[in-house]
Ligand binder design. Structure first.
Ligand code: APR
Length: 240
């Protein structure tokens, strides 16, 4: 990996697995325990809002009990020390990247700790429940929903993501199954745009064939090792 200046990192549920947050598609994962169509679609919310709000209230409460792991910490260190452009595009709706100290983070699938008012479009920091239909801090209405991108909805900030991919020398995917588009397609686009591509995952994913290189193992081990390699061990990162 020589002459790397700009990096885009895509993260998925696998990076938070060692923090005790369920992934979606592994054995015992969230989508084995719940039908996607019952809790993670706009149709489900229209049909049974209480069920959906209760589900996300539980998830919102649970993530606040979790802590960042060594993979989040390593990416935060990379973010702090990397002199080139760097963007962590996360599909995760937890806040563990930020709590580890990362700054250059974009949540393409929304955030558990936000509520979105469908009346006035404001997004408010939200740590409590939504089931009791609290007021929107901006407009006073009672139309708050989880700020989560559900199946069938458009992921956030795609223009920014593609802007970063166009400038990337290196695209790294961490802890994602490559099952959900558009994120699953970033590797192909990054390659076509000229980036080197690296996958760090527990096991081979649906998209593994698209990467120049795949390294297998738990994120808490292989991400810190990769970051250390990239930063050149102790001291300053290699000159660009
Ligand atoms: N370290 C690294 N990778 C891991 C670990 C670990 N400790 N544990 C699990 N993984 C890997 C799994 O092998 C799997 O390939 O993480 C991946 C998790 O895949 P998914 O559960 O499908 O999660 P993700 O790819 O983030 O899902 C994408 O789907 O349901 C939607 O919106 C939701 O953002 C989510 C999107």
């Amino acid at each position: 990996m020589n002459r790397i200046r700009n990096i885009v990192i895509l993260t998925g549920a696998g990076i938070s697995a060692e923090s005790g947050i369920d992934t979606f598609r592994d054995g015992g994962g969230l989508w084995e325990k719940h039908r996607v169509e019952d809790v993670a679609t706009p149709e489900a919310f229209a049909r049974d809002p209480n069920l959906v709000l209760r589900f996300y209230d539980m998830r919102r409460e649970a993530i606040q009990q979790k802590e960042p792991n060594a993979a989040h910490v390593a990416l935060a260190e990379l973010d702090a020390r990397w002199p080139g452009d760097l963007l962590i595009v996360t599909q995760n709706v937890d806040d563990l990247h930020e709590r580890a100290g990362a700054r250059r983070v974009l949540h393409m699938h929304g955030e558990h700790l936000n509520a979105w008012c469908t009346a006035c479009d404001a997004r408010s920091r939200w740590t409590g429940p939504l089931i009791d239909r609290p007021e929107c801090p901006r407009c006073g209405g009672r139309a708050l929903r989880p700020d989560i991108v559900w199946f069938g909805e458009m992921p956030y900030r795609m223009g920014e993501i593609y802007g970063a991919l166009r400038g990337a020398d290196l695209f790294v995917s961490i802890g994602t199954s490559g099952a959900v588009y558009p994120a699953a397609g970033f590797v192909r686009d990054a390659r076509e745009l000229g980036a080197r591509t690296l996958e760090l995952n527990l096991e081979r994913s649906q998209g593994s064939g698209w990467f120049h290189e795949t390294r297998l193992g738990p994120a808490g081990e292989i991400v810190p090792a990769w970051v250390e390699e990239l930063l050149g061990g102790a001291g300053d990162p290699p000159p660009l």
